[in-house]
Design a protein around this ligand. Structure first.
Ligand code: PMV
Length: 343
């Protein structure tokens, strides 16, 4: 007889990389050239519901009430993989029946999705989590599905400090994320400065490909990632904020230097981003030690890391400075202050 529909709802947070993933060695499977490291930001999340209908029909994806194009999208890639696995599993069982599975996704985020705030990481990790629950997939399969949707989504499967290993096995089985133990740092905060809510100029996939094809600095960056990850993890264990902050800013700047070394250049930062970079360095200098770090993904918005007791003072300082800046554009649109990890 016909099978009942299955429904699953999960809530999965975003993550922001401290050592960025940039460059794929396999485009179709989203396998990275370098290991990356991130912090999961618990209070910014996607709440995602997946309904699976065992019938023929069109898949649908709705994010914050808006229908998304599924044909040719990364969603379709994930859905097709699941159908392929299910077909394989069913082969022999009921060979005469093709596997008819229809997917329906609705997702709500508690932050602006278009702001380039790693919304796809939360979204695809949530979809993978639902798929695992409904189909009984292994953890490795869940990781594979999250990664197929968006590479960085593989890191949102865990909380705290998370490393995505590029993997060495030919079948990519070991290109998975792992959480760094004892990441409890209750006073650590992230501030996200939304400089521009617009869509990013180039998708990360297109940007990465162009960098791999044209940048001569990328190779050197990739050589340094493992060492930098180890340094940040060590600083994290020692609660050495300034050592950690220094490495975070260096990686962000190195990443954007590599983007600039791409031809034609990928210019993700704008004048406001650069003002924020300057402000952070001025503030740290004024303080006599590094108490705040910035990092920028493939877009102009800043994520600042700092401890709780620095938040208000920095905001007072920054808003005063930003208001004095000449262009009206330099107003930061929105500031989201968030706890990283409550586990
Ligand atoms: O997950 P993707 O394919 O959107 O790539 C993410 C790339 C960066 O956000 C720039 C870096 C990272 O590691 O998250």
């Amino acid at each position: 007889g016909r099978r009942e529909s299955r429904v699953c709802t999960v809530r999965v947070p975003i993550n922001i990389a401290l050592v960025k993933y940039w460059g794929k060695r396999d485009q179709t499977q989203n396998i990275p050239l370098n290991d990356s490291l991130s912090l999961t930001i618990n209070s910014l999340h996607a709440r995602t519901t997946l309904r699976v209908n065992y019938e023929i029909g069109t898949d649908s994806v709705k994010i914050n009430g808006k229908s998304q194009t599924v044909t040719g999208s990364r969603y379709q890639r994930v859905f097709e993989e699941v159908r392929r696995w299910e077909r394989k599993r069913k082969a022999g069982e009921v060979a005469e029946h093709p596997v008819s599975i229809q997917f329906e996704i609705t997702s709500e985020t508690n932050f602006p999705v278009s702001a380039g705030l790693a919304s796809s990481a939360a979204g695809f990790a949530a979809i993978a989590e639902c798929l695992q629950k409904i189909f009984g997939f292994t953890d490795s399969q869940k990781s594979q599905l999250a990664r197929l949707g968006s590479g960085s989504a593989i890191r949102s499967i865990f909380g705290g400090l998370v490393r995505w290993r590029r993997g060495t096995q030919p079948n990519y089985e070991d290109s998975i994320a792992e959480s760094f133990p004892s990441t409890h740092w209750p006073s650590l905060r992230a501030l996200i400065l939304v400089v521009d809510e617009g869509r990013k100029e180039y998708s990360s996939t297109d940007g990465m490909q162009r960098t791999v094809e044209t940048s001569t600095l990328l190779e050197r960056r990739i050589e340094c990632c493992d060492v930098n990850i180890d340094k940040i993890c060590a600083a994290f264990s020692n609660r050495d904020f300034s050592a950690m902050a220094d490495m975070i800013m260096r990686d962000s700047n190195n990443f954007h230097a590599v983007c600039m070394d791409t031809s034609p250049p990928l210019m993700y930062l704008n004048d406001v981003s650069r003002t924020i970079i300057r402000l952070v360095h001025v503030y740290n200098e004024k303080n006599g030690s590094t108490v705040i770090a910035y990092t920028f993904d493939a877009g102009p918005n800043a994520t600042l890391y700092l401890e709780e007791d620095t938040v208000q003072d920095f905001l007072d300082f920054a808003t005063k400075q930003l208001r004095f800046a000449e262009s009206a554009q330099t107003e930061v649109e929105e500031i989201l202050g968030h706890k990283l990890d409550e586990s």
